[in-house]
Ligand binder design. Structure first.
Ligand code: DX5
Ligand code: ZN
Length: 215
């Protein structure tokens, strides 16, 4: 199984983003995770469509836009230049319609589930997603502690994938570090969005050693 580390630039030095993403790529990151925050769904503000456009010029890695916003459907067309759009399931009244919109604009589809939300309601949508992203922290900020209770949702996602013969990635976002990545992988995760454990000190070495733990 290949393990995918997506470097979450929320924790990067935003005055030197090109350097940050290039260092993550050198360490073996498979994509760049761009959190989009509107100060409404979460008490923080983060990246915009221009970040996607600017990063595109400095990296060949796929760019994932994680929409932590109150009105994701309005935002979808603005992020059409991303490779994947990840939406929070709790922000969508009609998940199937949002999936169809994302596909129609040519993006891969990711669905994120908050720590307090059950994952089972996603079952009807699994055949149409590329990534099921289990949040192990509350959306809004990097550097929060890892909530290990969400690993039951990772295990559920892995069992469903097997049962249904599907191929979506199973991800964990939040609190992934040298201390937690092994447990996430053991539960069945093969995709890790990682911010603060990557973007401090030697970025390339951090990515490399996190991936070495799950190989
Ligand atoms: C939280 C974001 C995460 C965040 C993770 O709202 O969705 O992607 O960057 O940060 P760490 O890895 O520091 O928990
Ligand atoms: Zn995120």
């Amino acid at each position: 199984m290949t393990h995918h580390l997506s470097a979450s630039i929320l924790a990067a030095d935003t005055a030197n983003l090109a350097v940050a993403v290039q260092a993550a790529a050198a360490g073996g990151a498979a994509s760049i995770h761009v959190d989009v925050m509107d100060g409404r769904y979460v008490d923080n503000f983060a990246f915009s469509p221009k970040t996607i456009a600017d990063l595109r010029r400095v990296t060949d890695l796929p760019l994932h836009a994680h929409l932590e916003v109150a009105e994701p459907v309005r935002a979808l067309p603005l992020f059409a230049a991303a490779d994947m759009i990840i939406v929070q399931e709790d922000t969508l009244a009609d998940l199937a319609a949002a999936q169809a919109l994302i596909r129609r604009q040519g993006n891969q589809v990711g669905i994120a589930v908050n720590p307090d939300q059950p994952v089972e309601r996603l079952e009807p949508y699994l055949s149409e997603i590329d990534l099921l992203l289990v949040m192990a922290v509350w959306p809004g900020f990097g550097g929060q502690p890892f909530d290990a209770t969400v690993l039951a949702k990772v295990a559920w996602a892995a069992a469903q994938r097997q049962r249904l013969g599907l191929a979506y990635a199973i991800g964990v976002d939040g609190g992934i570090s040298a201390a937690t990545i092994g447990a996430a992988a053991a539960a069945g995760a093969d995709f890790f969005a990682v911010g603060s454990a990557v973007f401090q000190g030697d970025v390339a070495a951090n990515v490399h050693s996190l991936l070495a733990q799950v190989r």
